[in-house]
Write a protein that binds this ligand. Structure first.
Ligand SMILES: Nc1ncnc2c1ncn2[C@@H]1O[C@H](COP(=O)(O)OP(=O)(O)OP(=O)(O)O)[C@@H](O)[C@H]1O
Ligand SMILES: [Mg+2]
Length: 231
């Protein structure tokens, strides 16, 4: 099984080397846990290896995504200029146009661009646009099949439920994805500190670590401390 580096050394270790190529993995977390950062880091890892990458943003503008990357010292402009990177903004407010684009244009775009890596930030917003709740799972499954058929390796971010940080808002993406990585706040009773912890909870067809590990968001991006334990 060919493995794809996430750009986060400690996370690759937890995954037993990296993400299986052509898998679709969801990074699930509450606001501010570093979902966008991790997806950018995943894309940056590909770019520095000369891979072609697509970043799809639904929440933030293209400029805002580039500024986030810049704050970690990652220059996306360079890769946009040499056309190894495409950053695409989808408008959640414009449901009709966006759905058409996603259903009929996105799979073809990924194939034509020959994207080695794809990030969607966030799949929660995209999923909310599928109008019929009953059909949402079918739509999502179809989209995943289409993405998989392109041969790309995908990292999708998903928002956690307010009352259950281990579950996504729609309760669907974790089932449809090949893998799930949780980003959690650890706030032990009586402690004044909040620790960020990461846990790999699912990787289809692969053995992986199940323990929670602490991580930091530094000026270099996400750093997982596999040698440390959570408090
Ligand atoms: N350049 C930086 N240096 C250090 N830490 C940073 C930097 N940029 C962001 N952070 C930290 O990362 C956090 C936000 O990360 P990020 O935007 O990836 O989270 P998110 O999970 O995508 O949030 P949301 O759900 O709101 O989109 C910030 O609250 C801050 O603590
Ligand atoms: Mg974000």
């Amino acid at each position: 099984m060919e493995l794809v580096g996430t750009g986060v050394e400690g996370l690759d270790e937890m995954l037993g080397g990296g993400l299986p190529r052509n898998h679709i993995v969801t990074v699930l977390g509450a606001f501010g846990t570093g979902k966008t950062t991790l997806s950018l880091q995943f894309i940056m890892e590909g770019l520095t290896k000369g891979e072609k990458c697509i970043f799809i943003t639904l929440e933030e503008t293209v400029e805002s995504i580039k500024m986030n990357a810049q704050s970690f010292g990652w220059d996306l402009q360079k890769y946009q200029d040499d056309e190894t990177l495409a950053i695409v903004k989808l408008e959640p407010a414009d449901v009709k146009t966006t759905l058409t684009r996603v259903k009929s244009e996105l799979p073809e775009f990924i194939s034509k661009f020959k994207a080695d890596r794809l990030a969607i930030d966030s799949i929660s917003l995209l999923n909310m646009m599928f109008p019929d709740e009953v059909e949402r799972r079918t739509h999502l499954f179809e989209l995943y099949q289409q993405i998989k058929a392109t041969g790309t390796t995908a990292l999708l971010t998903a928002e956690a439920k307010d009352d259950n940080p281990r579950s996504s808002r729609d309760g669907l993406v974790e089932y449809v994805s090949d893998g799930v990585i949780l980003l959690l706040f650890n706030e032990p009773e009586g402690s004044k500190e909040t620790q960020l912890v990461i846990q790999v909870v699912k990787v289809r067809r692969r053995k992986h670590l199940r323990q929670k590990k602490p991580y930091l968001i530094t000026s270099h991006g996400i750093e997982v401390h596999t040698e440390a334990d959570v408090f």
